[in-house]
Design a protein around this ligand. Structure first.
Ligand SMILES: Nc1ncnc2c1ncn2[C@@H]1O[C@H](COP(=O)(O)OP(=O)(O)OP(=O)(O)O)[C@@H](O)[C@H]1O
Ligand SMILES: [Mg+2]
Length: 386
């Protein structure tokens, strides 16, 4: 039911107007001076106000002006009412924000027609505002979707690049070996055949690892990473990964040095995820460093956190490299020094996994050709159950 506030200092006027409006089903509230009008409108904003002009204390123009300065009340339509002996200043009435005026004597049909017109206008205005707001919401969603689509397209282009380039190369190599085997099988010595088969297996393994990594990323992007929290020894995890990479490092005559400050004490983390993060850093340090260099790994700890640093003597990182380092498909200035594969996904995955176990991963470099240091920092919760 629409609410109307009538403001008039003459009781007969209040009564007459109330009767007319109530007969049409409006809920009417009446007050007899300007102060009460401001109070009533503030505590329970009506849908429309009928406002007398001449009143003791503050007059109708002033009441109207004050209502219009309050953002919560400014949109309530105000119709001025003037008694017979009052001169109605129409220009002023509109200037202070009135939408219409009614002069005495009161004709019920005229009053109802004017009130209903304003009510209808207000309904339309409210609907319009709602529609504009809904439209703005849709626009916002559209522009967000557009950004997401742009990112997806970018990822897709990068993915196509990898499929065409990396997988394409491997496929070409496999085809060549297979052709040799098929065409010259009878004339090849068993040793040669074995040699080609081993090479084929190696290329197949490479292909499988590229596909596995692409699937890893798709999974990381799709659903939340599952963390298997458990008491874990960071030093042990580091040693296991270093063992796995010992062969690759020695092929490139790269020395892996490990320093650990203090005893290896357990922290609560996911050992598999931490191992994968660290393994990405070691893989990079070996992949991008020249031969005959050293990689230093340090494990330190204070009361709040455990820090793992991987420092290499490779090509270092430029300012612009650092900005893109942890993004998807980032193949930057440094190129593998021993013909290794580079997809540009390792650090993107590493950052996601580090975040999943509550840590941070950062990179630093004093400059070109001065090596890089990658740092994993994991918080140690004070009262965590182990
Ligand atoms: N230790 C490093 N020193 C210098 N540049 C590095 C180092 N580690 C990474 N980069 C640069 O950052 C890029 C992104 O590294 P990231 O590990 O994400 O991918 P990647 O090693 O190219 O491929 P993969 O997905 O197989 O790990 C690399 O291509 C390389 O240019
Ligand atoms: Mg890598």
């Amino acid at each position: 039911m629409s609410q109307i506030l009538i403001v008039d200092d003459v009781p007969q006027n209040l009564k007459a107007l109330s009767l007319i409006l109530e007969s049409r089903g409006y809920a009417v509230h009446t007050v007899d001076n300007g102060h009460r009008a401001l109070q009533a409108a503030g505590s329970s904003p009506p849908d429309l106000i009928l406002l007398d002009i001449m009143m003791p204390d503050i007059d109708g123009y002033e009441v109207c002006r004050r209502l219009k300065t309050d953002p919560a009340l400014a949109s309530i339509p105000i119709i001025f009412v003037s008694a017979l002996d009052e001169t109605l200043d129409k220009v002023r009435a509109f200037e202070v924000g009135g939408v219409d005026y009614i002069a005495k004597p009161f004709h019920p049909e005229e009053i109802l027609a004017r009130v209903e017109t304003q009510m209808e206008l207000r309904r339309l205005q409210t609907r319009l505002i709602e529609q504009v707001e809904a439209q703005e919401k849709v626009n916002k969603q559209l522009s967000e979707a557009n950004v997401r689509l742009g990112n997806l397209l970018k990822d897709k282009e990068d993915l196509q690049g990898i499929l065409a380039h990396d997988l394409g190369n491997i496929l070409a190599l496999m085809t060549l070996k297979l052709d040799i085997l098929i065409k010259r099988y009878d004339s090849l010595s068993p040793e040669k055949i074995a040699h080609h088969l081993v090479a084929l297996k190696k290329t197949k393994d490479q292909m499988a690892s590229i596909i596995a990594r692409l699937l890893d990323v798709a999974q990381i992007d799709d659903k939340p990473i599952k963390v298997n929290w458990q008491p874990s020894l960071p030093g042990m995890i580091i040693n296991q990964v270093l063992d796995q990479y010992a062969g690759l490092a020695s092929e490139k005559r790269i020395t892996l040095n490990y320093e650990q400050a203090g005893d290896d004490e357990p922290i609560r983390t996911d050992p598999t995820l931490l191992g994968e993060v660290f393994s990405n850093l070691i893989s990079n340090a070996i992949k991008y460093s020249p031969t005959d260099t050293a990689v230093a790994v340090r494990l330190t700890r204070n009361s709040q956190s455990v820090t793992i640093e991987v420092e290499d003597n490779g090509p270092g990182l430029s300012e612009s490299d650092r900005a893109k380092l942890f993004t998807k498909f980032a193949r930057l200035s440094a190129k593998p020094t021993g013909g290794e594969k580079s997809l540009g996904l390792g650090l993107y995955i590493a950052r996601k996994l580090t975040q999943a176990i509550g840590g941070t991963i950062t990179a630093d470099s004093p400059g070109a050709d001065q090596g890089s240091t990658f740092t994993i920092c994991l918080p140690i919760g004070k009262n965590e159950p182990m």
